[in-house]
Design a binder for this molecule. Structure first.
Ligand SMILES: *[C@@H]1O[C@H](CO)[C@@H](O)[C@H](O)[C@H]1NC(C)=O
Ligand SMILES: *[C@@H]1O[C@H](CO)[C@@H](O)[C@H](O)[C@H]1NC(C)=O
Length: 492
């Protein structure tokens, strides 16, 4: 049986929320929606780079224990926010209150996110059947580890949110946490303390925007008629609550009245360490669209090379970008996953040599760029070519056993200086992007340093340009101009 509305999972969560939460306020279900009720429940700044190899000190690949923030001024006149790694020493709120996930967990969550992205891009969400695997639906967020702090409400309350180009709805945990809130480091947002907070009514046209933004049909609280959103991220993580609006303060001078967001009353799963999410996708309710008048759908960010450093997220052309040396490639539109930013990969260069991968391998499925996917995924054929070429350049080092989804690992524990092939991507428009030295490995330990790429099991699935590979690059999204730019060494 096909579901007319959202997925089974979403129904499950929303219904659960309604049953357990609205003891006094009944949820009214849309027709058809109810049908499925019972279905189922390296700091490498010192690296030497000769176009064919990076040569770095082993120590530079390891994260430092103390924070050395970017000295780049965070001029308040610019709409620029500091980006920190959720679990690193630069996260002000990371006082060992939250558990730091293991590398194994991070990679498992990353795979769950990738499965969910592929499901969305393949349209599985829309034609989900009884036999589909529940974890394939939803907005799986994996480990999108980078957070920014902004203000919500009047007076503004500081909240640290994970920013995510792969989703659209911004939400934060909200008092009174009717059903459940996980532990967060800042006080949980309390709408009753904000003079400008308003619930969105189900009758409001913006309530219906939630369907395309979250994949779930919104519900309606009878009596108060408050619009209820539900967003689930697979592996049991979800947020459900009131769709609302309030003032958003990005910087002291950049304030947006009536910013639409989710006021989460039931938030469960793998969100620890942040107060919620900041959706930077292409859908109407994303931050980019809601601030389009002021910033013209233009933003850029730089993800720091290690958790012990900081980067930035800037909005508008007057922000921190674009640097003059950014090279732009056309931004493509991905039909099924309307919120994703599409990229046109045309080639891969390892150690200065272009791999012989037929163009059809890249063009038959396509690629997106995502701030929340950790490890870049490539078509199986492209990945094996990359891996083989990389291994050939690494024969001087002892190999280590595969780790999780990473099959090319090395034991560097007895080498002080490491030399490894450069990796570059060729994009449409004649753009060649050299990855930073910090964007090639995942360091599990000095005796297990792994190539941070993986192949898709299905050649028809999209490639995903992930956040390890984006490290230190200034990534410029000129959405209005239909292009994405990259510049080297945007942050430490
Ligand atoms: C928002 O809606 C919820 C659910 O109907 C209600 O409990 C809450 O009081 C409302 N808040 C405001 C400020 O109207
Ligand atoms: C790295 O260390 C191993 C173990 O001592 C050694 O066999 C290998 O030659 C070293 N590799 C390089 C490139 O120095």
């Amino acid at each position: 049986m096909a579901t007319p509305g959202g997925s089974f999972l979403s129904n499950k969560y929303l219904i659960r929320f309604c049953v357990f939460v609205f003891l006094t306020t009944l949820c009214s279900l849309e027709k058809g929606y109810a049908l499925s009720l019972t279905e189922r429940s390296a700091d490498s700044t010192n690296s030497v780079h000769d176009h064919t190899h990076h040569t770095v000190q082993l120590n530079s690949l390891l994260p430092a224990k103390t924070c050395s923030p970017s000295t780049r001024g965070h001029d308040n006149k610019k709409a620029s926010l500091e980006v920190v790694h959720k679990h690193g020493p630069c996260s002000k709120h990371n006082q060992h209150k939250t558990k730091i996930p293991t590398h194994t967990q991070i990679l498992q969550e990353d795979q769950a996110r990738v499965n969910s992205i592929h499901a969305r891009l393949n349209g599985d969400e829309l034609r989900q059947s009884d036999t589909s695997i529940p974890t394939k639906s939803g907005r799986v967020l994996g480990s999108p580890n980078y957070i920014v702090t902004l203000g919500l409400g009047s007076p503004p309350r500081q909240l640290s949110l994970v920013f995510d180009t792969g989703s659209d709805l911004t939400w934060t945990q909200c008092q009174p946490c009717v059903k459940s809130c996980y532990q967060q480091n800042e006080p949980i947002f309390d709408p009753s303390l904000s003079k400008s907070y308003t619930n969105i009514s189900c009758k409001s046209p913006v309530c219906s925007l939630l369907k395309s933004a979250t994949g779930n049909t919104p519900l309606c609280a009878t009596g108060t008629s408050t619009c209820i959103y539900g967003i689930q991220y697979g592996d049991q993580s979800f947020s459900i609550g009131y769709f609302a609006k309030d003032s958003l303060t990005l910087t002291p001078t950049d304030l947006f009245d009536g910013f639409l967001f989710g006021c989460g009353q039931d938030n469960e799963g793998l969100f620890q360490g942040s107060a919620g999410f900041l959706g930077l996708g292409r859908n109407k309710i994303s931050l980019i669209e809601q601030t389009a008048q002021k910033y013209g759908r233009f933003f850029s960010y730089c993800l720091p090379s290690t958790p012990s450093s900081t980067g930035y997220l800037s909005f508008g052309r007057g922000g921190e970008g674009p640097s003059n040396n950014a090279k732009f490639t056309p931004l493509t539109t991905v039909s099924q996953g309307g919120s994703f930013y599409g990229l046109n990969v045309v080639g891969i260069i390892v150690g200065g040599r272009q791999l012989s991968i037929p163009a059809s391998v890249f063009s038959s499925s396509g690629a997106i760029i995502d701030s929340g996917t950790v490890i870049t995924r490539l078509q199986a054929t492209a990945y094996s070519a990359l891996r083989d070429a990389f291994r050939q350049g690494m024969t001087g080092y002892p190999q280590a056993e595969a780790f999780s989804l990473l099959d090319t690992c090395y034991d560097f524990s007895r080498n002080n200086t490491i030399s490894f092939p450069t990796i570059a991507f060729a994009f449409g428009g004649g753009v060649k992007l050299d990855l930073d030295a910090s964007g090639i490995f995942v360091v599990v330990s000095t005796s297990k340093v792994c190539l941070a790429f993986a192949g898709n099991s299905d050649d028809s699935d999209f490639a995903i340009f992930g956040n390890v590979q984006q490290k230190r690059l200034q990534v410029v999204y000129d959405v209005a101009g239909g292009k994405i730019g990259f510049a080297p060494a945007g942050c430490p």
